[in-house]
Design a protein around this ligand. Structure first.
Ligand code: CJB
Length: 853
């Protein structure tokens, strides 16, 4: 129903629809429209950045049109929606992805060419949207792509950090230096500000309980801040559905205090507003770094005395979590109220997924809304909450309970007094149930309680997430088993096996093959005679029959070489290393962390170097040449200079250069991954067994015809099941061995293999410069208790690397393996994972947006 003249509206809409046509002339007209009007430039004054912005804005117009149709249709049809709450969305660049999903890359390519620009150069002006740290954030981005592609109505909710993940610079000592990432410096064409739809969020204040613990309480006073939404449209591939990521930006409620301003206290007048804005100023580099107070980019002038008693970083992180979940739930409930359904129907319209424990405050917040604001009886409210939420656990790190998130009770009491009462009450009723089922078992009550005793008392967010959700899942088969066995065994006994499940992670083939490896994608399409694999990755199976076909192998291998060349060019243009283009490219790119064991890799590189040094020149020629590539950001303050020390010595050694070179690529990001992954021959996924929840880059490498070397950890195990053990280079101890081996180290009974000692001697001899940079590493292995079992896995790691060399010599058989690998990766599509969530956890159906919408 149109306001005003319906005919005029319809004619205007029809006219406007012409601007969405996909021919080159329309694209050019749209771009020039944005150059001339939105950006106010004349054609002689257009550089690549301007051209990128104009082209991106014209793509955004198309996205918004579909976004509007999608949202309107979903609202009209009263569909059930999925809300994916993730503190991180590592989206990378949007321009290329949006063009591909909309099917307009060709006209943009041609149009830009005619206007005097090259599409790739224009695309390079885009900054990565780095609103995440690593795997967890990238997984969220892949899932949003799949949700839209599968026509599942969904919203992502996150924060709009002014500074995303820090940029990494390597200084002359080989150390990481963290530099801010002002990604919003140029306007961001992918977001739509909704300045008029801000939500008021209360912090601090006073709370009261209802008449009895289950009655309605109150929360008043304190400080109100604003959460302002910015929307990012997420287009599905080859479908009209365009979902939304709503990012919240914190803002002061009054931009300044006029009374103070008039009294001449200019600073005080704006202080409160600035303090509010601090909440979304920066993405936390990761959980662990909360301990590294050195990296808090924001220097907050905190006025509240009490706050001085807490670690400022921690208080700010809790504020981030609350502002985000409160604003998101406000939005979800507002949408639900319009349906005029009883609150008991809430779970029929809303499935909320907690991506790790970061959004767990959503559980007491929904209780507060239902009980305090909507007058629902407590027990009914709790039932609604449980039917609404699902919780995904991602903490593989040694699967120790210490790795799980906890918040100090006094901190929550101070920031969210009503929520603390609600958490206590949830806990009291829950422990009553436990007591009923397992009478007189005090130890069990203490283990399961939401509150951990101590000074101060702590709230165990994972326990709250488990009891407030109807499903808890791990992210790979092994991990999900360990979640039940090691993390939550009491909760399995309490609630039964059915509450716990597995959804093995997946990746989107749109970005991680079709977009990042266009040549391979084209060959696959040509061989299969169809592009259907992009939407149904199991179709890659059809490649199997070409695995031994010499002509096909040759084409396959030449694409790998082209991708290798591209990476080598990148390396030579960004570092001073000259590389052998024929070398086997051996990659380890991921966050730098002890459990991921970049150290095992670098010690192995040193062993290879020592072995090469012992050979005569003609013998060396028979060894497969290697290029070892490292990349990844470390937690601020974490020592990582040893990789660069090794690369300096090896790359400077004229006798060895041809046979082995080592590079550390600074500032690993989604965009850099898109260059590295297609080029890789071998990638390393070598965490201590039981510590990597899943890993997802292993999937990306394998999909792009790279083989894996790895431990029996995370998704490596399932990947090998799918592609065949013979195509994976496995080594190392298994999860079941880890406790015994750790005990042996603690008891001083561990053996150190001679190969490792040889490497250590070389380091100590000064071969790689001042051994100081290796001390922290050597200390964890020898001084400490080798917690990550480097010494226990070293020999079998070297053996697996020897097997790689042997296999690589027979190129035809190697290429055959890589074809099988790609062909069998179908089950690791994020489409499969998302359908599993939809069926088993969310209970949602796809909704196709009709052409006529
Ligand atoms: N993960 O990236 C993170 N951050 C965390 O705080 C906890 C886990 C990673 O999540 C990925 C997606 O599930 C996993 O593949 C990866 O193993 C895990 O470390």
């Amino acid at each position: 129903i149109f306001p005003g003249d319906a005919k005029a509206w319809k004619a205007a809409i029809a006219k406007n629809a012409e601007t969405l046509k996909k021919d080159v002339e329309t694209v050019e007209a749209q771009i020039s429209h944005h150059v001339h009007t939105t950006l106010a430039r004349a054609p002689f004054n257009v550089d690549e950045l301007t051209m990128y912005q104009a082209a991106a804005l014209s793509v955004r117009d198309r996205l918004i049109a579909r976004w509007n149709e999608t949202q309107t249709f979903h609202t009209q049809q009263r569909v059930k929606r999925v809300y994916y709450l993730s503190l991180e969305f590592l989206m990378g660049r949007q321009f290329d992805n949006a063009m591909l999903n909309l099917g307009v890359k060709k006209p943009y390519n041609d149009g830009l060419k005619q206007l005097g620009f090259n599409l790739e150069d224009v695309s390079d002006s885009e900054r990565d949207m780095g609103l995440g740290n690593g795997g967890l954030g990238r997984l969220a981005a892949c899932y949003l792509d799949s949700l839209a592609t599968l026509d599942i109505p969904a919203f992502g909710y996150t924060l709009r950090y002014q500074q995303g993940i820090f940029r990494q610079i390597i200084n002359s000592n080989g150390e990481q230096v963290e530099v801010p990432d002002p990604w919003l410096e140029n306007t961001n064409p992918w977001e739509i500000p909704r300045l008029d739809a801000a939500v008021e969020i209360r912090l601090h204040g006073e709370a009261t309980r209802g008449d009895n613990a289950k009655g309605a309480g109150t929360w008043t006073g304190g400080l109100e801040v604003l959460a302002v939404p910015y929307d990012i449209p997420v287009p599905g591939f080859g479908t009209k559905t365009t979902n939304n990521i709503r990012t919240w930006s914190a803002r002061g409620k009054v931009s300044f205090d006029l009374a103070k301003f008039n009294a001449g206290d200019y600073e005080a007048a704006v202080r409160e507003a600035e303090e509010a804005e601090t909440i979304t100023r920066v993405l936390y580099p990761n959980e662990a770094s909360l301990r590294h107070a050195t990296y808090i980019l924001v220097q907050v002038e905190l006025t509240h005395d009490f706050e001085q008693n807490f670690d400022k970083g921690k208080a700010l992180r809790l504020k981030q979590q609350y502002l985000w979940v409160a604003a998101s739930l406000h939005d979800i409930c507002r949408r639900f109220r319009k349906l005029r359904e009883p609150w008991t129907a809430f779970p029929d319209y809303n499935a909320i997924q907690l991506n790790d424990t970061h959004p767990t405050l959503a559980i007491p917040e929904l209780m507060r809304i239902l009980v305090d604001e909507e007058g629902q009886p407590w027990d009914e409210a709790w039932d609604i909450v449980r039917r609404t939420f699902g919780y995904t656990n991602h903490t593989g790190a040694a699967l120790m309970t210490e790795a799980l998130e906890r918040w100090a009770v006094p901190l929550i009491e101070w920031l969210l007094p009503r929520h603390m009462q609600i958490i206590y009450d949830i806990n009291a009723f829950f422990l009553e149930e436990v007591e009923k089922k397992f009478p007189n078992d005090r130890a069990r009550l203490a283990r399961m309680s939401l509150i951990e005793e101590g000074y101060p008392k702590m709230v165990r967010m994972a326990h709250l997430a488990v009891i407030g959700s109807h499903r808890v899942n791990g992210v790979a088969a092994l991990h999900s088993r360990l979640v039940k066995q090691d993390l939550f065994p009491d909760f399995v006994e309490m609630f039964g096996q059915d509450r716990f499940t597995n959804v093995t992670n997946g990746i989107t083939a749109r970005r991680w093959l079709y977009q990042c490896n266009p040549q391979l994608a084209a060959l696959i399409t040509q061989a299969l005679g169809t592009e259907e694999w992009i939407l149904d990755l199991d179709k890659l199976k059809g490649l199997e029959k070409y695995a031994r076909d010499k002509k096909f192998q040759k084409e396959w291998a030449s694409i790998k070489q082209a991708n290798r060349d591209r990476l080598c060019e990148y390396i030579e243009s960004t570092t001073d290393v000259k590389v052998n283009r024929k070398a086997l490219i051996d990659v380890q790119v991921k966050r730098i962390h002890e459990y991921k064991r970049q150290s095992l890799n670098i010690l192995g590189v040193i062993f290879r170097y020592l072995t090469l040094k012992k050979l005569k020149p003609e013998e060396r020629k028979r060894v497969v040449p290697r290029l070892s590539v490292f990349g990844g950001k470390a937690a601020p303050g974490y020592y990582m200079a040893n990789i660069n020390a090794v690369s300096k010595t090896i790359n400077a050694d004229k006798d060895i250069r041809e046979h082995l070179s080592v590079v550390f690529l600074a500032d690993y990001s989604v965009s850099l991954a898109e260059i590295i992954i297609p080029a890789s021959d071998l990638s390393e996924h070598i965490s201590t067994a039981g510590t990597e929840a899943s890993g997802t880059s292993n999937m990306k490498f394998a999909l792009n015809s790279g083989l894996l070397i790895g431990t029996l950890d995370g998704a490596n195990i399932e990947i090998a099941e799918a592609i065949g053990d013979e195509n994976v280079f496995f080594f190392g101890n298994v999860t079941e061995d880890v406790p015994r081996l750790r005990r042996a180290h603690q008891a001083g009974e561990a053996q150190y293999p001679p190969e490792l000692m040889e490497v250590v001697d070389a380091i100590r001899s000064g071969m790689f410069g001042d051994g100081g940079v290796f001390e922290p590493l050597l200390n964890t292995i020898f001084g400490g208790k080798d917690y990550y079992l480097i010494s226990d896995d070293f020999t079998s790691y070297l053996e697996a690397q020897r097997m790689v060399d042997v296999a690589f010599v027979d190129q035809s058989s190697w290429v055959e393996k890589t074809i099988h690998t790609t062909a069998r990766m179908g089950r690791f599509a994020s489409d499969r994972a998302v359908m599993q969530y939809a069926d088993e956890i969310w209970n949602v159906e796809p909704v196709k947006i009709p052409d006529s919408a």
